[in-house]
Design a protein around this ligand. Structure first.
Ligand code: ZN
Length: 124
């Protein structure tokens, strides 16, 4: 698979739009929080073996931890909130960030796999 800078940027943009990383013509999700089995346009397989999406879950956890740190240090540096308010804000971020980043983490994980080894196609 060709991996020049244009292909990498195009693939990552498709991932941000939650589209198929291979063709960009179909959504990765059939409905919220549910990955399609394969792309209906180019037939690459999205749903892989058990454990394939552990990396997506890890990316989601890391993104959440980074967001919590950013919000925490922002509260420390730019506000004089009581620690109860700060902890409440951090709790809300800790609960909402994994939900908000869920689809993008799975889409980005598929995109990285596509860039590294190419997504497998449906066998006929
Ligand atoms: Zn496709």
């Amino acid at each position: 698979m060709k991996r020049d800078a244009r292909t990498i940027v195009l693939t990552l943009l498709r991932c941000l739009k939650l589209q198929c990383p291979a063709c960009g013509d179909d959504s990765v999700f059939v409905r919220p929080f549910n990955v399609k089995a394969r792309c209906t346009a180019c037939e690459v397989i999205f749903k892989r073996e058990e454990g394939f999406f552990v990396g997506a879950i890890m990316a989601n956890v890391v993104a959440t931890e980074v967001m919590i740190l950013i919000v925490y240090f922002s509260c420390l540096l730019f506000t004089n909130f009581d620690e109860r308010i700060t902890l409440t804000i951090l709790f809300v971020v800790g609960v909402s960030c994994p939900l908000a980043f869920y689809h993008h983490s799975w889409s980005l994980w598929l995109g990285l796999d596509h860039l590294i080894e190419g997504l497998p196609r449906k066998e006929k």
